[in-house]
Design a protein around this ligand. Structure first.
Ligand SMILES: [Zn+2]
Length: 419
């Protein structure tokens, strides 16, 4: 009898082990549009009072699990999301190690201030209560996604997004047209065969509406989410890419003018969604894919006066790594055949091309403005070079930011297993 019980327990154990070894995915979202509306912040200076909203601001969480590895990928509709806020959410999330939680900002230019930008007098107008509410909702969404984890397969593809979506405002052609897509599909239960979530990775500035019009909006990301969800893509997640200096939405119209309304957000967001779904449609199904996650702390010197001023005066308590140094989390993920690297800011597109070229995959993903958003990241030769680069040089941490990032990112690639 005793032996039979032990044998039974052993079988149960094996069954649980194989079950836990199966790849699982879950997703959830929360609306974070402030009510009443808050002012819109596009950076340093006094924010612009909002008089209306176009669409809803949201946060979106995708949780992936294989064996004892669990990872959360979260996007927030905001200009940037400092680690000081992200870490508060990490502390509220159960069952996922903090270093396995990636939080990226979509970089909409029509959201409330999350940096606590000081004005010339050192005053900040950030609504800390709103930010705290967002912190809780991020944790809630991730915890809900954990609760919804179910057996899943993946479809992954990287392809060129065609049509009038992005361009480089400084030099038309200098941008990366590749769009990476990861779609998680339920493999059992009532929703078998349907998408749990679709993650879109593409480099673009969502600033069709911009920060000066008094409109709160997720910009083109809102229509992108809605389109993917209406087409059966499950919860839509958008992770930006290497969109610095100055890869932006192609809202150019005749006569040197720009379309800057919600209709244009819809045109671009829906087109990008359709392209993402086209790119992933015929991708081979990856049954029970592998999952790997690693993280490393990296440090940057803060050479820029403006960046020092923001970091010191902000009511968001940024964790410094010594005098005029800042630390952040760099992540590498292997998801099935894809590899993901995070970027803690707005890397210029040439940095994106370089890093992708040396990643150990034919499906490289770069999650820009993720875990932190420290302004622009240029190579040392680009820094303070063209007159065009004056602004992006001034709003970067310093001359070596891009160099340190590339070195550390590729070191992490070399130190990690291949997908
Ligand atoms: Zn930007």
């Amino acid at each position: 009898m005793k032996i039979r019980i032990i044998f039974f327990c052993l079988l149960l154990g094996i069954a649980q082990l194989t079950m836990a070894q199966h790849f699982r995915a879950g997703a959830a979202m929360r609306i974070i549009t402030p009510d009443p509306l808050l002012s819109v912040s596009g950076g340093i200076g006094t924010p612009k009072k909002s008089i209306q909203k176009n669409g809803e601001l949201s946060i979106r969480a995708l949780v992936l699990e294989k064996g004892n590895v669990r990872v959360a990928i979260v996007n927030v509709d905001n200009l940037g999301w400092p680690a000081a806020l992200g870490n508060k959410s990490r502390a509220l999330i159960k069952g996922i190690p903090p270093e396995n939680i990636l939080i990226g900002a979509t970089h909409t230019h029509s959201g409330p201030d999350a940096y606590g930008f000081p004005n010339e007098k050192g005053e900040s107008f950030a609504d800390l209560k709103y930010l705290d509410d967002c912190v809780k909702k991020i944790a809630e969404a991730v915890n809900e996604a954990v609760g919804k984890l179910e057996d899943a397969s993946l479809k992954i593809a990287v392809g060129e997004a065609k049509g009038k979506i992005a361009y480089n405002y400084y030099a038309d052609q200098l941008y990366d047209p590749r769009c990476g897509v990861i779609q998680a599909i339920a493999t059992s239960g009532a929703k078998k065969g349907s998408a749990i979530a679709t993650l879109v990775n593409y480099a673009i500035h969502p600033e069709v509406i911009g920060a000066s019009r008094g409109i709160l909006s997720p910009d083109l990301c809102g229509p992108l989410y809605d389109r993917i969800e209406s087409q059966g893509g499950g919860v839509a997640v958008f992770m930006n890419g290497a969109q610095g200096g100055m890869v932006t939405a192609d809202n150019r119209v005749e006569g040197g003018k720009e379309a800057n309304d919600w209709n244009e957000c819809r045109r671009i967001g829906e087109l990008l969604a359709d392209e993402a779904l086209r790119i992933v449609k015929d991708a081979p199904v990856q049954e029970n894919p592998a999952l790997f996650c690693t993280a490393r702390k990296i440090e940057f010197p803060v050479d820029s006066e403006i960046m020092r001023y923001i970091l010191q005066k902000s009511p968001i308590k940024n964790e410094m790594a010594g005098e005029n140094r800042i630390a952040t989390q760099l992540n590498l993920l292997n998801i099935g055949t894809a590899q993901v690297l995070t970027i803690p800011g707005e890397a210029l597109p040439n940095i994106g091309f370089y890093v992708k070229r040396y990643m150990n995959t034919k499906q490289p993903f770069l999650f820009g403005l993720t875990n932190d958003a420290f302004g622009y990241m240029l190579t040392k030769v680009d820094f303070n070079s063209f007159k065009r680069y004056e602004y992006v040089s001034r709003t970067s941490l310093g001359e070596m930011t891009g160099e340190i990032y590339m070195e550390q990112a590729l070191k992490l690639v070399n130190d990690s297993p291949k997908p």
